[in-house]
Design a protein around this ligand. Structure first.
Ligand code: ATP
Length: 448
C-alpha cells in the first residue's frame, strides 16, 4: 500500500518539524509549505490524503484554504490548527467544511487521533456505506434524498451536528447513520436521553466519578464521555439539560477534556458530539432556558428532519417496507394494503411520524383478517380538520402545487364515493361532474 501523504501548511518552523516527526512515526509522509500560495500550487498538482493548516499564514488565513479545497471538489479532509481559545475560528472552519481542529500548543495524542480518524475516510468506504444507509433510512422523496446525501457529507468531518425534527421523525436513526458512515464507525456510538437522567446524577453520568466522591459512589465509575471516547456521543433531548450541566458540557466541548466528580485531574476525551431535540432550541435560547454559547457550539451544522406528513410520497414506500419487515419478524405471510388503506395512510397527518406508522402497522398486522389490510385495521385517529383538509394550508416549500392539488382531488373523489356507497354515478352527480369526467379522474389519480 502507498504511504499516505499529508500537506502541512504552517509558517512556524517548530510546528512544521513537530508535525513532520509525528506523522513520519505514523508512517505518513508530510509535505510542508509555509504559504497559501504554495499550498494551492501543490494541491493543483499532486494527490494528498490529508491537509493540516495553520489559521494565520503570511499571505492570508487558513479559512480561505479550507474554502479552496471545498470549492475544488477535492475529496480531501482538512483540519485547522488554531490559537488556544479561538473556538469561534474553529467553528467557522468546520462550518466551511473543515474536518476537525487542533488547538495550540498541539497535543500529540490529539494530533495522532485526528490523523487516524481522517485517514480512515475514503470515498470508496462511504459509497459502500451509503448503500447500507439507503436500506435503513427509507424514503425516496426529494427531501429524503437530500437528507441522505447530507448525512454522507457531514459524516466525513467532526463538526458537532444538531438534528432537529418532530418526535419519531428519525433523529436517532440519522445520528446512528452519521456515526456508521464516518471514520469512527468502529468505535462506540453512545446515545443518551438527557430528559431521562435525574438532575442530581447528571454530572456523574456524563463525566463519571471517583469512589467515595459522594454517598453512593461505592466504586469508580466511567461517564458517558469516556464510554464514547474515540466514537460518537448522541445527546437526545438536549433541551432537557439543566443550566448547571450546560456550563460543564460547554467546557468539555471546548477543551476536549472532562473532570470526573471527585477527581483532581482532567482527562482528555475525543468524542464527536451529535445532539437532537424536538423542542425549539432557538426559542429556548431567546427565553433564557438554554445557553446561547452552548447552542452555538452544538449547532455548528444543523440537519432538519421533515415530518412524515410533508413527504406523502414516502408514506407508501415506508409502510410497505415496514409491513414486510414486521411480517417476517412475526413469521406470518406479508399482507397487502387495500387501495383505500393506502389512500387513508397518505391523508393521515402522523403526529408521531415514522414511529407512529410502525405502531399502526404492528397493530394492523395483529388484528387484520384475511390477506389484506383495510382502512379499519389501521384505526387512524383522524381529527375533523384532517378529514376535511388533506395537508392543512398549502406550503410551497413542503410540496409542489401539483401534488397538493392532486391530493385535494383524491380526497374529494374518495369522500364522494364513500358517501354514495361506491356508486360512481351518484358520486359524480354529487360533485357536479359528468360520469365520464369522473371516471377519467379516477383513472388519472390511480383510484380506479
Ligand atoms: N426514514 C426512515 N426509514 C425507516 N425507519 C425510520 C425512518 N425514520 C424513522 N424510522 C424509524 O422510526 C422509529 C423512530 O425513529 P427515531 O427514534 O430515530 O426518532 P426520533 O426523532 O429520534 O424520536 P424522538 O424525538 O421521540 O426521540 C425508529 O424505529 C426508526 O428506525
Amino acid at each position: 500500500m502507498n504511504m499516505p501523504v499529508t500537506l502541512v501548511v504552517d509558517d512556524e518552523p517548530d510546528i512544521r518539524e513537530l508535525l513532520d516527526i509525528t506523522l513520519s512515526r505514523m508512517n505518513i509522509r508530510a509535505c510542508c509549505v509555509e504559504t497559501i500560495k504554495e499550498a494551492r500550487q501543490l494541491l493543483d498538482s499532486q494527490h494528498f490524503d490529508l491537509c493540516l493548516t495553520d489559521m494565520r499564514l503570511p499571505d492570508g488565513d487558513g479559512l480561505s484554504l479550507v474554502e479552496y479545497i471545498q470549492e475544488s471538489g477535492l475529496q480531501l479532509p482538512v483540519a485547522v490548527i488554531t490559537a488556544h481559545g479561538s473556538m469561534d475560528i474553529a467553528v467557522s472552519a468546520m462550518k466551511k467544511g473543515a474536518f476537525d481542529f487542533l488547538s495550540k500548543p498541539v497535543d500529540l495524542a490529539a494530533l495522532r487521533q485526528l490523523v487516524g480518524n481522517a485517514l480512515q475516510v475514503s470515498p470508496n468506504h462511504s459509497l459502500e456505506k451509503d448503500r447500507r444507509t439507503r436500506d435503513t433510512l427509507l424514503g425516496e422523496s426529494e427531501l429524503m434524498c437530500e437528507i441522505r446525501s447530507k448525512i454522507q457529507k457531514v459524516a466525513r468531518n467532526q463538526a458537532p451536528i444538531y438534528i432537529s425534527g418532530e418526535s419519531g421523525s428519525g433523529k436517532e436513526l440519522v445520528a446512528k447513520l452519521i456515526h456508521q458512515q464516518g471514520p469512527r464507525a468502529d468505535k462506540s456510538f453512545v446515545a443518551i436521553n438527557c430528559g431521562a437522567i435525574p438532575h442530581e446524577l447528571m454530572e456523574s453520568e456524563f463525566f463519571g466519578h471517583k469512589k467515595g466522591s459522594f454517598s453512593g459512589a461505592i466504586a469508580d465509575k466511567q461517564g458517558l464521555f469516556q464510554a464514547a471516547d474515540g466514537g460518537t456521543l448522541f445527546l437526545d433531548e438536549v433541551a432537557d439539560l439543566p443550566l448547571s450541566l450546560q456550563v460543564k458540557l460547554l467546557r468539555a466541548i471546548q477543551e476536549k477534556k472532562i473532570r470526573p466528580v471527585g477527581e483532581q485531574h482532567e482527562v482528555s476525551v475525543d468524542v464527536r458530539l451529535l445532539s437532537a431535540t424536538h423542542k425549539d432550541l432557538a426559542k429556548m435560547v431567546q427565553e433564557g432556558s438554554f445557553r446561547q454559547d452552548l447552542y452555538y457550539r452544538i449547532n455548528v451544522i444543523e440537519l432538519s428532519l421533515p415530518p412524515l406528513r410533508v413527504r406523502a410520497a414516502d408514506i407508501v414506500q415506508i409502510a410497505e417496507h415496514l409491513l414486510e419487515r414486521l411480517a417476517k419478524a412475526n413469521q406470518v405471510p406479508v399482507p397487502q394494503f387495500s387501495r383505500q388503506a393506502l389512500i387513508a395512510l397518505q391523508q393521515y397527518s402522523f403526529p408521531g411520524n415514522v414511529r407512529e406508522l410502525e405502531n399502526i402497522l404492528e397493530r394492523a398486522l395483529a388484528l387484520h383478517e384475511g390477506d389484506k389490510i383495510d382502512v379499519d385495521d389501521l384505526n387512524l385517529q383522524m381529527t375533523c380538520d384532517e378529514a376535511a383538509k388533506p395537508h392543512g394550508d398549502y406550503n410551497a416549500e413542503q410540496m409542489s402545487l401539483e401534488n397538493y392539488l392532486e391530493d385535494v382531488e383524491k380526497k374529494a373523489l374518495t369522500a364522494a364515493l364513500e358517501e354514495n356507497r361506491w356508486n360512481k354515478t351518484a358520486a359524480a352527480k354529487q360533485l357536479g361532474m359528468t360520469f365520464r369526467s369522473f371516471r377519467y379522474r379516477l383513472k388519472k389519480l390511480g383510484l380506479e
